[in-house]
Design a protein around this ligand. Structure first.
Ligand code: S3P
Length: 188
């Protein structure tokens, strides 16, 4: 039985924002993997990357993802790179009803431009970094997703609330897995 809802997607997709709103509407708890990592490690993500490296961050992230997926009735927002490790993809697909909040590279770039806590985009050519990372990750997001919701407009909540699984979860608290993927909103 699937017991939680997981939001995945690229940096700037709105996973934390929409996750908070969705959890509020559902009367569920919202938990964010990056927040938990910062709390456990007692430092900001950017500093963690700088002092201990990406590989260390990914190991902590894997542990946090595994722990969070065991919790029932939570909306989980995972960092954009959560799908990069095969072991994470395996658990995410098995344990959660997974929604990929999809955005275009242009939107990702404009939403992350001012962020100081996204070390992977804190590079000379952020535009190239976004495009390269997105190209590499989109197959992983697609592989994990039970539903794909376009969030270029930044107002995905209504689409999320229309997903049959989420509607069902709000009444019966059960989340049956769908065999076919659902696409909400044209991707432009
Ligand atoms: C990352 C995304 C970030 C954060 C870290 C790495 C990534 O989270 O986990 O900087 O690899 O895409 P957001 O997707 O919430 O920005």
């Amino acid at each position: 039985m699937i017991k939680n809802i997981v939001l995945i997607g690229f940096m700037g997709a709105g996973k934390s924002h929409e996750g908070r709103l969705l959890a509020e509407k559902m009367g569920w708890r919202h938990l964010d993997s990056d927040d938990i990592i910062e709390r456990r490690e007692k430092m900001k993500i950017a500093r963690l990357f700088k002092e201990k490296g990406e590989s260390y961050f990914r190991t902590v992230e894997s542990r946090v993802i595994k722990d969070l997926l065991l919790k029932p009735q939570v909306v989980l927002s995972f960092g954009g790179g959560a799908v990069c490790r095969k072991v994470n993809r395996h658990f995410i697909r098995r344990k959660g009803f997974v929604v990929w909040l999809r955005i275009s590279p242009e939107v990702a770039l404009s939403r992350t431009q001012k962020s100081k806590n996204r070390p992977l985009l804190d590079v000379k050519d952020a535009d190239k970094a976004v495009r390269d990372l997105m190209k590499e990750r989109e197959p992983y997001y697609r592989q994990c997703a039970d539903a794909i919701v376009n969030n270029n407009t930044g107002s995905a909540l209504a689409s999320l609330l229309r997903l049959p699984q989420i509607r069902k979860a709000m009444t019966s608290k059960a989340l049956p897995r769908k065999r076919t993927k659902i696409h909400a909103g044209a991707f432009v």
